[in-house]
Design a protein. Structure first.
Length: 271
Protein backbone atom coordinates (compact mmCIF):
# COMPACT_ATOMS: atom_id res chain seq x y z
CA UNK A 1 0.00 0.00 0.00
CA UNK A 2 2.84 2.44 0.81
CA UNK A 3 4.40 2.13 -2.65
CA UNK A 4 1.03 2.67 -4.32
CA UNK A 5 0.39 5.73 -2.14
CA UNK A 6 3.73 7.20 -3.21
CA UNK A 7 2.89 6.79 -6.91
CA UNK A 8 -0.60 8.19 -6.50
CA UNK A 9 0.38 11.22 -4.42
CA UNK A 10 2.82 12.30 -7.16
CA UNK A 11 0.05 13.03 -9.64
CA UNK A 12 0.27 16.70 -10.55
CA UNK A 13 3.80 17.05 -9.13
CA UNK A 14 5.93 16.95 -12.30
CA UNK A 15 7.26 20.47 -11.81
CA UNK A 16 8.19 19.93 -8.17
CA UNK A 17 9.81 16.58 -8.98
CA UNK A 18 11.83 18.17 -11.77
CA UNK A 19 13.03 20.95 -9.45
CA UNK A 20 14.04 18.55 -6.69
CA UNK A 21 15.84 16.21 -9.09
CA UNK A 22 17.79 19.14 -10.51
CA UNK A 23 18.85 20.19 -7.00
CA UNK A 24 19.91 16.64 -6.10
CA UNK A 25 22.00 16.31 -9.24
CA UNK A 26 23.61 19.72 -8.63
CA UNK A 27 24.21 18.84 -4.98
CA UNK A 28 22.20 21.82 -3.77
CA UNK A 29 20.33 21.66 -0.45
CA UNK A 30 16.56 22.12 -0.44
CA UNK A 31 13.67 22.45 1.98
CA UNK A 32 10.62 20.51 0.75
CA UNK A 33 7.71 22.17 2.49
CA UNK A 34 3.94 22.02 2.53
CA UNK A 35 1.01 21.03 4.74
CA UNK A 36 0.39 17.58 6.14
CA UNK A 37 -0.46 15.07 3.38
CA UNK A 38 0.87 17.29 0.59
CA UNK A 39 3.11 14.38 -0.49
CA UNK A 40 6.54 15.53 0.73
CA UNK A 41 7.81 12.06 1.61
CA UNK A 42 6.48 10.62 -1.63
CA UNK A 43 8.24 13.35 -3.61
CA UNK A 44 11.58 12.75 -1.91
CA UNK A 45 11.43 8.98 -2.31
CA UNK A 46 10.43 9.29 -5.94
CA UNK A 47 13.29 11.72 -6.60
CA UNK A 48 15.81 9.39 -4.94
CA UNK A 49 14.54 6.48 -7.05
CA UNK A 50 15.05 8.47 -10.26
CA UNK A 51 18.63 9.71 -9.83
CA UNK A 52 21.37 7.64 -11.50
CA UNK A 53 22.27 4.51 -9.56
CA UNK A 54 25.74 5.75 -8.58
CA UNK A 55 24.19 8.83 -6.95
CA UNK A 56 21.23 6.91 -5.52
CA UNK A 57 23.56 4.61 -3.59
CA UNK A 58 25.00 7.63 -1.81
CA UNK A 59 21.64 9.04 -0.71
CA UNK A 60 21.28 8.67 3.06
CA UNK A 61 17.70 8.91 4.35
CA UNK A 62 16.38 9.46 7.86
CA UNK A 63 12.77 9.71 8.99
CA UNK A 64 11.34 10.53 12.40
CA UNK A 65 12.54 12.25 15.54
CA UNK A 66 16.12 11.95 16.68
CA UNK A 67 18.65 13.53 19.01
CA UNK A 68 21.80 14.92 17.46
CA UNK A 69 23.68 11.87 18.64
CA UNK A 70 21.14 9.46 17.20
CA UNK A 71 21.34 11.22 13.85
CA UNK A 72 25.15 11.06 13.93
CA UNK A 73 25.02 7.34 14.70
CA UNK A 74 22.60 6.74 11.85
CA UNK A 75 24.62 8.71 9.30
CA UNK A 76 27.98 7.22 10.27
CA UNK A 77 26.51 3.72 10.41
CA UNK A 78 24.90 4.16 7.02
CA UNK A 79 28.17 5.38 5.49
CA UNK A 80 29.82 2.26 6.84
CA UNK A 81 27.16 0.12 5.17
CA UNK A 82 27.72 2.01 1.93
CA UNK A 83 31.39 1.05 2.05
CA UNK A 84 32.89 4.44 2.87
CA UNK A 85 36.63 3.79 3.14
CA UNK A 86 37.32 6.39 5.82
CA UNK A 87 34.47 5.25 8.08
CA UNK A 88 35.43 1.60 7.65
CA UNK A 89 39.04 2.40 8.48
CA UNK A 90 38.02 4.03 11.76
CA UNK A 91 35.62 1.24 12.70
CA UNK A 92 38.04 -1.57 11.86
CA UNK A 93 40.94 0.18 13.63
CA UNK A 94 38.98 -0.27 16.86
CA UNK A 95 38.51 -3.96 16.15
CA UNK A 96 34.83 -3.61 15.28
CA UNK A 97 33.07 -5.25 12.32
CA UNK A 98 29.69 -5.03 10.63
CA UNK A 99 28.31 -7.37 13.30
CA UNK A 100 29.47 -5.15 16.16
CA UNK A 101 28.90 -1.82 14.38
CA UNK A 102 25.98 -0.72 16.55
CA UNK A 103 27.90 -1.48 19.72
CA UNK A 104 30.86 0.50 18.37
CA UNK A 105 28.65 3.45 17.47
CA UNK A 106 27.16 3.65 20.95
CA UNK A 107 30.62 3.66 22.53
CA UNK A 108 31.79 6.71 20.55
CA UNK A 109 31.49 10.26 21.81
CA UNK A 110 29.37 12.65 19.82
CA UNK A 111 32.51 14.69 19.14
CA UNK A 112 34.27 11.75 17.53
CA UNK A 113 31.23 10.79 15.49
CA UNK A 114 31.02 14.37 14.21
CA UNK A 115 34.65 14.31 13.19
CA UNK A 116 34.27 11.00 11.34
CA UNK A 117 31.07 12.16 9.63
CA UNK A 118 32.56 15.49 8.58
CA UNK A 119 35.67 13.90 7.10
CA UNK A 120 33.73 11.20 5.28
CA UNK A 121 31.18 13.71 3.98
CA UNK A 122 33.89 16.02 2.71
CA UNK A 123 35.65 13.21 0.90
CA UNK A 124 32.54 11.48 -0.40
CA UNK A 125 29.67 12.31 -2.74
CA UNK A 126 26.78 11.97 -0.30
CA UNK A 127 23.36 13.56 0.00
CA UNK A 128 21.42 13.52 3.28
CA UNK A 129 17.61 13.46 3.47
CA UNK A 130 15.87 14.28 6.77
CA UNK A 131 12.12 13.62 6.82
CA UNK A 132 9.36 13.91 9.46
CA UNK A 133 11.85 15.65 11.74
CA UNK A 134 10.80 17.89 14.66
CA UNK A 135 11.78 21.55 14.37
CA UNK A 136 15.60 21.53 14.74
CA UNK A 137 17.08 23.09 17.85
CA UNK A 138 19.93 25.59 17.64
CA UNK A 139 22.49 22.79 18.10
CA UNK A 140 20.85 20.57 15.51
CA UNK A 141 20.72 23.42 13.01
CA UNK A 142 24.39 24.11 13.65
CA UNK A 143 25.20 20.46 12.89
CA UNK A 144 23.20 20.70 9.67
CA UNK A 145 24.95 23.95 8.73
CA UNK A 146 28.39 22.39 9.21
CA UNK A 147 27.44 19.43 7.02
CA UNK A 148 26.06 21.73 4.32
CA UNK A 149 28.75 24.41 4.27
CA UNK A 150 31.88 22.98 5.85
CA UNK A 151 31.52 19.54 4.27
CA UNK A 152 29.83 20.77 1.05
CA UNK A 153 27.22 18.02 1.49
CA UNK A 154 23.59 18.87 0.71
CA UNK A 155 20.74 18.25 3.13
CA UNK A 156 17.14 17.86 1.96
CA UNK A 157 14.75 18.61 4.82
CA UNK A 158 10.95 18.37 4.91
CA UNK A 159 8.80 20.78 6.86
CA UNK A 160 5.30 22.12 7.22
CA UNK A 161 6.56 25.61 6.38
CA UNK A 162 9.77 27.63 6.32
CA UNK A 163 9.49 29.93 9.33
CA UNK A 164 11.25 29.39 12.65
CA UNK A 165 7.94 28.33 14.19
CA UNK A 166 7.65 25.52 11.64
CA UNK A 167 11.24 24.30 11.11
CA UNK A 168 13.01 25.74 14.12
CA UNK A 169 16.49 27.14 13.67
CA UNK A 170 16.81 25.44 10.29
CA UNK A 171 14.87 28.40 8.83
CA UNK A 172 18.17 30.26 8.39
CA UNK A 173 19.57 27.44 6.22
CA UNK A 174 16.75 27.72 3.69
CA UNK A 175 16.31 31.46 3.81
CA UNK A 176 14.95 32.21 0.34
CA UNK A 177 12.58 30.71 -2.20
CA UNK A 178 15.43 29.43 -4.39
CA UNK A 179 16.29 26.98 -1.60
CA UNK A 180 12.73 25.66 -1.22
CA UNK A 181 10.39 23.32 -3.07
CA UNK A 182 6.79 24.06 -2.19
CA UNK A 183 4.01 21.44 -2.29
CA UNK A 184 0.54 22.97 -2.08
CA UNK A 185 -2.90 21.57 -2.92
CA UNK A 186 -3.34 19.92 -6.31
CA UNK A 187 -5.14 21.76 -9.06
CA UNK A 188 -8.71 20.67 -9.75
CA UNK A 189 -7.85 18.42 -12.67
CA UNK A 190 -5.04 16.57 -10.88
CA UNK A 191 -7.14 16.16 -7.72
CA UNK A 192 -9.98 14.65 -9.77
CA UNK A 193 -7.56 12.34 -11.60
CA UNK A 194 -6.12 11.11 -8.33
CA UNK A 195 -9.60 10.62 -6.87
CA UNK A 196 -10.70 8.46 -9.81
CA UNK A 197 -7.56 6.32 -9.47
CA UNK A 198 -8.32 5.83 -5.77
CA UNK A 199 -11.98 4.99 -6.43
CA UNK A 200 -10.90 2.22 -8.79
CA UNK A 201 -7.94 1.10 -6.69
CA UNK A 202 -9.96 0.76 -3.48
CA UNK A 203 -12.97 -0.82 -5.19
CA UNK A 204 -15.40 1.98 -4.37
CA UNK A 205 -17.25 1.77 -7.69
CA UNK A 206 -19.67 -0.80 -6.25
CA UNK A 207 -20.94 1.73 -3.69
CA UNK A 208 -23.32 4.65 -4.06
CA UNK A 209 -20.97 7.54 -4.87
CA UNK A 210 -23.58 10.27 -5.17
CA UNK A 211 -21.96 13.30 -3.54
CA UNK A 212 -18.87 11.26 -2.61
CA UNK A 213 -16.54 12.87 -5.14
CA UNK A 214 -17.58 16.38 -4.17
CA UNK A 215 -17.22 15.57 -0.46
CA UNK A 216 -13.74 14.07 -0.83
CA UNK A 217 -12.44 16.95 -2.92
CA UNK A 218 -13.87 19.50 -0.48
CA UNK A 219 -12.78 17.75 2.72
CA UNK A 220 -9.29 16.96 1.42
CA UNK A 221 -8.58 20.50 0.34
CA UNK A 222 -7.08 18.85 -2.79
CA UNK A 223 -4.17 17.47 -0.74
CA UNK A 224 -3.12 14.16 -2.33
CA UNK A 225 -2.38 12.29 0.87
CA UNK A 226 -5.78 13.25 2.26
CA UNK A 227 -7.55 11.99 -0.86
CA UNK A 228 -5.74 8.63 -0.74
CA UNK A 229 -6.23 8.12 3.01
CA UNK A 230 -9.91 9.03 3.05
CA UNK A 231 -10.62 6.77 0.06
CA UNK A 232 -8.82 3.93 1.85
CA UNK A 233 -10.97 4.48 4.94
CA UNK A 234 -14.11 4.69 2.80
CA UNK A 235 -13.37 1.23 1.41
CA UNK A 236 -13.69 -0.37 4.86
CA UNK A 237 -17.00 -2.02 5.71
CA UNK A 238 -17.36 -0.22 9.04
CA UNK A 239 -17.86 3.05 7.15
CA UNK A 240 -20.72 1.63 5.06
CA UNK A 241 -24.46 1.77 5.65
CA UNK A 242 -25.80 -0.49 2.95
CA UNK A 243 -24.19 0.91 -0.17
CA UNK A 244 -23.83 4.36 1.38
CA UNK A 245 -20.53 5.73 2.69
CA UNK A 246 -20.65 7.47 6.07
CA UNK A 247 -18.49 10.42 5.00
CA UNK A 248 -18.66 12.38 8.26
CA UNK A 249 -17.25 9.38 10.13
CA UNK A 250 -14.60 8.85 7.45
CA UNK A 251 -13.56 12.47 7.78
CA UNK A 252 -13.48 12.49 11.57
CA UNK A 253 -11.43 9.29 11.70
CA UNK A 254 -9.04 10.65 9.07
CA UNK A 255 -8.53 13.80 11.15
CA UNK A 256 -7.97 11.73 14.27
CA UNK A 257 -5.32 9.63 12.55
CA UNK A 258 -3.68 12.67 11.01
CA UNK A 259 -3.44 14.57 14.30
CA UNK A 260 -4.47 12.47 17.30
CA UNK A 261 -3.36 15.14 19.80
CA UNK A 262 -5.46 17.83 18.18
CA UNK A 263 -8.72 15.95 17.84
CA UNK A 264 -10.69 18.45 19.89
CA UNK A 265 -9.95 21.32 17.53
CA UNK A 266 -10.50 19.11 14.52
CA UNK A 267 -13.98 18.20 15.64
CA UNK A 268 -14.83 21.86 15.20
CA UNK A 269 -13.46 21.81 11.66
CA UNK A 270 -15.54 18.76 10.82
CA UNK A 271 -18.80 20.12 12.14
Amino acid sequence: MAERDQRETLIGRKGELRDLLAAIQKRESRLVWGPLDAGKTALIKKAISEVPEAERQNCVYWTGAASGRKLLCHFVGRLYELGDLFVRKKVHADGATAISLNRWLHKQTSLRLRGILFTASTQGDYRFFIDHFPAPTHNMARLMKEIMYRCKTPIYLTGGGYSQREIGYAWSLYWNDALRVHLGPLNERSAQELLEICIRGFGLNSLDLEGFREDILRMSGHLPGSIVKMCELASQVRYHYGDQIKMKLVYLDYLTQANPTGFGSMQTLAS
